[in-house]
Structures are given as C-alpha cells and as structure tokens.
Design a binder for this molecule. Structure first.
Ligand code: SF4
Ligand code: ZN
Length: 284
C-alpha cells in the first residue's frame, strides 16, 4: 500500500476486511456479533468496520470490554471504549478480572514470568463467558495480520501443534458454550491499523501495556518488524506460507465442561479455574 490518499486508504482497509468476512463466511444473517473492545486501535477499527456492515449483512452488534486491572493503563482504554461504543450506538458490556476472579492483574503479575500468562487465560475466559451470556453467535477480535503471524511463530517455535487449530480468520463452534471467534482484520498489517486511526483522527488508546515487554510475543514482534523493514512483504509471505501449509485443517478437540465453573473446557478443570488455584497457592 503505497498511496496515502485518505479515501483510497480507507477503501483499502474496508476491502481487506470485507474480503475476509465474505470469503470465509464470518458472519451470517441474523447473527449476534460481540466485539472484544479494549479501546486500542485494532478493536476500535473492528467495531467501526462491523458497525458499517450491520445493515448490509443484517446482523446485530454488541461490544464487550474487560478490565484486567492494570493501573495507569487500562482505565484510559476503557474510557475510549465507552466513548466509541456510544458514538457508534453499540451497547457495551463490561467485565473485570477483580469481579470475576478476585484479583487485579497488578496484584498477581509478579507471580509469573510474564503477566501475559494469567492475563491471556483470564481475558479469553471472560470474553467468552460474557459473549455467551449475551447470546452472541460470534466473538470478533481485533487480531491483525501481525498478531496472527506472531502467534503462529510462537507456537511453531514451541512445537505447540495443538494451537495450530486456532489459526485462521474463523474458529468454528466446537462446544455450545464456546462462542466461535472471528478475526475481520486478519489480512490487515498492524501498521495500517495505526495509519487508519491517525489519518481519520480516531481517538484510540495508543499506549503500550506496561507488561508487554515481558512477553515472548514482544520479542517475536521486534524480530518480525526488523525482518519486514529489511525485506518488505515478509509478513504477508509468512501468512501465505502457513495458510497453504496447514490449510486450516482443524484438529478434532473434544471439549466438555469444567467441573468447577461449568464453562467449556477440554480438561476436567478449565485453565482459568486452574490458574485461580495456582494463584492462591503462590500467594500462601
Ligand atoms: Fe495482558 Fe500482556 Fe496484553 Fe498486557 S501485554 S494486556 S499483560 S496480555
Ligand atoms: Zn472453570
């Protein structure tokens, strides 16, 4: 994308998302779609794009925000989420780690090598639980092209082949309590999402999470950005390579119910309940 003509650029963004939504059949008529809205640029763009398609594709939209409890950071994001949701006339439902699990992320961050470990487990759990309670048929996340290839390379480097089934723009329903995930920004590079927000004067929350540098993802991200700056097109090539190689064949995973909380889980006790137990033990 060389031209930065605002109209052309916006059209390019819309086309990329629309192509993914249509080609992969992400949304069906009468669906209720919940958007995970953090207030960051990716989730805000996702909400804008979907809000624009509501009438044409005939679906219902709702937004869900999760407050992890990261002081000096998340509060601002939640404020942005409230403003954007009200501007686009979309209902916003909020949840929090403290209310659901009894701890803010700040209170437990030091217990783990990276705060992203409990954060990821709790956020996925809560977004799914709230979306399910709202009767959502799909949960749209702001995962962009960069996020997707970072996750792919992280799983690849850890030989975590089970996770390969989670790649792709759409994760089908494999349990009545697991809301299928869709990723409308799947083909849009992170840089372009940032350009979209700045170019259109959208007031998004641009700050980086104070814990983000502790993660493996941050290292993979820096590595990929370095590669891309030396060889333009590397990121899209990686996305194409793994799309072709793995062809998104979903490995069959048997999902039951967590014996403790009743949410969907492939194990007897779900990851969130297991983590709460682990936190209690570490705090003893
Ligand atoms: Fe959570 Fe890590 Fe993301 Fe911060 S960077 S919001 S700790 S997953
Ligand atoms: Zn559980």
């Amino acid at each position: 994308m060389k031209s930065l003509d605002p109209l052309e650029f916006n059209q390019y963004i819309v086309n990329q998302a629309r192509e993914v939504i249509i080609d992969y059949n992400l949304i069906k008529p009468k669906d209720k779609v919940a958007v995970g809205l953090s207030g960051g640029k990716d989730s805000v763009l996702t909400l804008y794009l979907l809000a624009d398609l509501v009438d044409e594709l005939d679906f219902e939209l709702v937004a869900v925000s999760v407050d992890e409890g990261i002081s000096g950071y998340r509060g601002e994001g939640i404020n942005v989420a409230r403003i954007i949701a009200s501007k686009l006339d979309v209902e916003l439902v909020e949840g929090s780690f403290k209310k659901e699990f009894g701890y803010t992320l700040d209170e437990i961050a030091d217990l783990y090598q990276s705060a992203c470990i409990p954060c990821g487990v709790f956020r996925r759990y809560l977004l799914n639980k709230i979306s399910n309670e709202l009767g959502a048929d799909k949960l749209a996340t702001g995962h962009n092209l960069d996020d997707e290839i970072q996750s792919f390379l992280m799983s690849f480097s850890k030989a975590d082949f089970r996770r390969f089934s989670k790649f792709g723009p759409k994760l089908d329903r494999i349990h009545p309590k697991l809301v299928p995930r869709i990723k409308p920004l799947w083909k849009i590079p992170e840089k372009d999402v940032g350009i979209w927000a700045v170019m259109n004067g959208i007031d998004v929350h641009f700050a980086e999470c104070p814990y983000s540098n502790t993660s493996l993802r941050a290292k993979v991200k820096n590595y990929l950005n370095q590669l891309e700056s030396e060889r333009q097109g590397t990121k899209i090539s990686i996305l194409k390579s793994f799309s072709k190689t793995f062809n998104f064949q979903k490995k069959e995973i048997i999902v039951g119910q967590c014996k403790q909380c009743g949410e969907a889980s492939s194990l007897n006790i779900c990851k969130a309940c297991e983590m709460v137990e682990d936190i209690k033990n570490r705090l003893k």
